[in-house]
Design a protein around this ligand. Structure first.
Ligand code: XGP
Length: 216
């Protein structure tokens, strides 16, 4: 029996991944770097500063900025991203998410968020689902980002569930790799990408039933 659920946020609970892409693409363009959707896949699940570093390395500009300058660039991207979220509300929950959280609550399965995003609490509040989660891992407390398992192990601990009794939900390869490295069952959610190593992959959460999953 599985006893706890751990969710990524961007691309799993809501489609904010598209807003991250717009904001990163604009910032990259200002720096004379062109990124496309294929490159953007490599930013999914990656922290703000690591994402910026990847973009600078991709544009071969990685040695040109001081830490302070990079902080300014990362803040600029985040300001643009937060502006794009101005109208975010319950209507922006991805299909099946609300039903799934209601089912989990009814079955008394604790849920936690394992997202690299520092914006997670604000986004969950806007989506009206903050109260479904027992804990949101603070990415500032992590030594390593995904695909390291640390964030998933911390999330499981926070809801008092052993990793082998937890299920992780992810839309990105770095996330699936982290879930598997943590020793958890991995559910990949993507219509377009093949998430290698997922124990189960679905196109959307509408295909999932809490009752079935907990007996896995
Ligand atoms: P935050 C975000 C990153 O900026 C973005 O590149 C990642 O795809 C995303 O986290 C993964 O969830 O972090 O800027 O919202 O803190």
């Amino acid at each position: 029996m599985k006893k706890g659920f751990i969710f990524d946020l961007d691309g799993v609970i809501t489609d904010t991944a598209k807003f991250h892409y717009i904001a990163w693409k604009d910032l990259a363009m200002d720096l004379g770097i062109t990124i496309d959707e294929t490159f953007n896949e490599t930013l999914k699940g990656i922290s703000r500063m690591d994402s910026l570093d990847k973009i600078l390395a991709y544009g071969q500009r990685d040695d040109e900025f001081s830490i302070e300058e990079k902080e300014v660039l990362a803040q600029k991207k985040n300001d643009a991203y937060v502006q794009l979220l101005a109208d975010l509300s319950e209507k922006d929950l991805l299909p099946g998410v609300h039903d799934f959280l209601v089912q989990a609550k009814a079955e008394a399965i604790p849920c936690a968020i394992a997202s690299a995003s520092k914006n997670a609490p604000m986004i969950l509040e806007k989506l009206g689902v903050l109260d479904f989660f027992g804990h949101i891992v603070d990415p500032e407390t992590l030594k390593k980002g995904k695909p390291d398992p640390e964030i998933f192990v911390k999330a499981a601990e926070s809801i008092h569930v052993e990793p082998q009794d937890a299920i992780g939900f992810e839309d990105a390869q770095a996330g699936i790799d982290g879930i598997k490295a943590a020793g958890m069952y991995a559910v990949g959610i993507s219509e377009t990408e093949i998430l290698t190593g997922s124990d189960l992959q679905v196109a959307s959460m509408t295909e999932l039933s809490v009752e079935q999953l907990i007996t896995i």
